[in-house]
Design a protein around this ligand. Structure first.
Ligand code: ASN
Length: 614
């Protein structure tokens, strides 16, 4: 494997920074946290003594720290001290982006990338998933679309933004496209919830598994031939939320890194022989991507070739037919294409070669699926990689047109504003009335359940704080995100905890919601709940997966306060969940000592070791 290790130079310091320091600094900007994984590629290359471009270790972070467009030194040192993370200057986006760079030990030219590198990246994203809002992968352009496609399949139920980017000219050169690509990727990853593996290049955010490298020299190195860009970065960053592929399940994020190595690719050409095909499909080949002519055609006068495909399919090889054209889809409109289908070759619709190849490697590696299921999944859209079903047209224009006409609105901007006012209001009222039928209706009008109001609150925030379990479930099954934070940095999970909606908390956690951030903040809340005997609140935190022994500013845990205030029920609950009666606070006192000092008899009794009767 080419990628061997990782740099710990810039460990993420959110957890280490004391709450006091953040308070002293007076910095109250909303923040988005992004992990940058630097794998290599032209973006960070310099010339060696023969003049060839090679990846250079331990230099990108130094460059970024001295580049004011990529690092606001003043804000960073006030907020995080001297060796904290990098911080983008404030922009017109809502959140200031705080980012750390994890540089791999062996930086590579992406032409050297292999499947193990994708696996390493997928595992890395999993490892850091709960600490960041989004991820940016700096990667060479040559195989960037393969990596983005492979990751899109390996990252199951992705709930956060992952952007793969790079550049045509190194950022160590004066005229580089790298800064723009990198900076905008950071802004998007820290500000927008686009739960997909994306590629950002030359002002366009594209779905990763829809991209291909299209040129070796222009800055617009990638295109997404069969799917519109998810966002365009102009003066503002305009995201087309209707195009985003959101997981619609109650399962949490996970990675499946199994990939089958026995997948091959074959491009038809007029002089191809049966012997060549036979070599390609012979064992151990289990799958093949066939790049045929035009709309999926092959020469109809070459029964010999067709026979080879038929035999391979009969032996269990999955063959996927995609087009050689750089844009378009296969279809069986010609006799020549229908013959392939009849031989058992599956249509790959409008998949790029990169997506078709990595998807087949992913699907073939699943021993739990039989051949029939694997063939079925290859024809289905699982990550937005192919156009399978034509969705019924949305009705939003009908409704909007009607209201706009009544209000005499004609400009597109006015109509957009109307939409932004109308839909959140309708969704909010349906939630308050727990009216799922209404929500279904609104969804048909093209409403996105991740849309936010002026306080950046989403429908899931409202439903979670109201405690309507069935609405929460409906929203989650229809693409709502558990990760979005409002203007006050609250997630739907925090809303559910504050209102002690235990069933909602469980469901949100099941879908991957988690509490991240400062342990001290949690410690204060736990200690105050314990002091006042608020068992319900402690149960809420426990269900949310919080460590019940987080410390407050004086180093005390909830058990100290339960003991001091003689809260028997609370102390029993905490002891049963592993809280330590001998935990010492800043003054060296333990919960047991506090109970004795306060003559908290109920608690003293609970602390007494149970004597074993003979
Ligand atoms: N050869 C380089 C790579 O893929 C190309 C680039 O990044 N522009 O690593």
């Amino acid at each position: 494997m080419e990628i061997a290790g990782e740099s710990h130079e810039l460990e993420y310091v959110y957890r280490r920074v004391t709450i006091e320091k953040r308070m002293q600094s007076g910095n109250r900007d909303l923040e988005g946290r992004v992990l940058v994984i630097y794998t290599g590629g032209t973006i960070g290359m310099t010339r060696n003594n023969t003049g060839a471009l090679v990846p250079t270790s331990n230099s990108i972070v130094k460059l970024l720290r001295n580049y004011p467009q990529m690092h606001d030194e003043e804000y960073a040192s006030k907020s995080f001290g001297d060796d904290g993370p990098l911080v983008l200057p404030i922009t017109s986006e809502k959140r200031r982006v705080i980012y750390s760079v994890k540089e791999y030990d062996k930086l590579i030219d992406s032409s050297n990338a292999i499947a193990e590198d994708w696996i390493y990246l997928a595992k890395d994203i999993k490892r850091h998933y709960t600490d960041y809002d989004g991820f940016v992968i700096l990667h060479g352009t040559d195989t960037l679309s393969y990596t983005a496609s492979a990751l899109s399949f390996m990252l199951n139920n992705l709930g956060k933004t992952v952007i793969v980017t790079g550049s045509q000219i190194s950022i160590f050169e004066p005229r580089s496209d790298g800064f723009d690509n990198f900076l905008t990727s950071l802004l998007i990853a820290g500000n927008y919830n686009i739960p997909e593996v994306c590629v950002f290049f030359a002002n366009q955010l594209m779905r990763g598994n829809r991209t291909s490298k299209r040129t070796t020299d222009a800055f617009k190195a990638f295109h997404s031939p069969n799917y519109a860009p998810l966002a365009i970065a102009g003066i503002t960053i305009d995201v087309d939320y209707r195009l985003i592929f959101r997981p619609q399940t109650l399962e949490k994020f996970d990675v499946d890194t199994r990939l089958c190595e026995d997948v091959t690719m074959l491009r038809l050409f007029p002089g191809i022989t049966t012997a060549m095909i036979r070599v390609a499909v012979q064992p151990p080949t289990k799958g093949m991507i066939l790049q045929s002519y035009g709309a999926g055609n092959m020469p109809s006068n070459r029964k010999d070739i067709l026979e080879e495909f038929r035999k391979a399919v009969a032996e269990g090889v999955i063959i996927i037919n995609i087009t050689q054209c750089s844009q378009g889809t296969v279809s069986a409109i010609y006799e020549t294409g229908a013959a392939l289908r009849d031989a058992g070759v599956l249509s790959g619709s409008d998949m790029t070669p990169e997506a078709a190849y990595t998807k087949l490697a992913y699907v073939l590696a699943k021993p739990e699926w039989d051949l029939k299921k694997k063939r079925e999944i290859m024809s289905k859209n699982i990550r937005g990689e192919l156009t399978a079903d034509q969705r019924s047209p949305r009705k939003d224009s009908d409704l909007l047109d009607a209201v706009a006409r009544n209000l005499d609105l004609t400009s597109q901007n006015d109509i957009l504003q109307l939409r932004n006012i109308l839909f959140p209001g309708m969704v909010g009222s349906a939630i308050m009335n727990q009216d799922i039928e209404k929500l279904k209706e609104i969804k048909q009008y093209g409403s996105d359940f991740c849309e936010t109001n002026a306080d950046l609150r989403t429908p899931l925030h409202f439903a979670a704080s109201e405690g309507c379990l069935k609405v929460v479930r409906y929203l989650l099954e229809n693409g709502a995100s558990v990760h979005l934070r409002d203007k006050f940095d609250r997630t739907p999970l925090i809303d559910a905890i504050d209102n002690d909606h235990h069933e909602v908390i469980k469901l949100l956690v099941q879908c991957g919601a988690h509490i991240s951030g400062c342990g001290l903040w949690l410690g204060q809340r736990l200690c105050s709940a314990a002091a006042s005997g608020n068992l319900k609140k402690l149960v809420s935190y426990y269900l949310a997966g919080v460590n019940l022994s987080e410390r407050d500013v004086s180093g005390r845990i909830a058990l100290h306060f339960g003991a001091l205030h003689n809260q028997g029920e609370v102390v029993k609950f905490l002891l049963d969940r592993g809280a330590d009666p001998e935990a010492v606070d800043m003054l060296g006192q333990t919960p047991r000592q506090l109970a004795n000092l306060a003559s908290a008899n109920e608690v003293i009794e609970l602390f007494r070791p149970v004597s074993l009767s003979r």
